[in-house]
Design a protein around this ligand. Structure first.
Ligand SMILES: [Zn+2]
Length: 103
């Protein structure tokens, strides 16, 4: 890579940070993970026609500090959640799922 500091999760294959200092352009990006969405439905039908979504970590490269996001993608839709908030949301969902599976 270059003189720019890359987060440990950043994939050299997917990183688009411009090779200049200070960093100003592009994004650090982790390798994606696939998410099985075959059983996920919305009021309009299947969330993902292919049944596959993906998630990865991303952070814009700017001269100033930027948030790190969890990006969730399904065909035609993309959602970015600040990583700190994503951890809180997942913990809340985990608690809710745990409660729902107790009976
Ligand atoms: Zn990077």
């Amino acid at each position: 890579m270059n003189g720019i500091d890359h987060p440990t999760w950043c994939s050299p294959r997917l990183c688009t940070v411009v090779d200049t200092l200070p960093a100003d352009g592009g994004e650090h990006r982790s390798e994606p993970i696939n998410i099985d969405l075959r059983l996920v439905v919305t009021d309009r039908g299947r969330l993902s026609p292919s049944g596959i979504g993906s998630a990865y970590i991303t952070q814009a490269a700017c001269p100033w500090p930027t948030n790190t996001f969890l990006r969730l993608e399904v065909p035609g839709n993309e959602t970015s959640i600040p990583l700190v908030q994503a951890a809180e949301i997942l913990a809340q969902l985990n608690d809710l799922i745990h409660e729902g599976t107790q009976s």
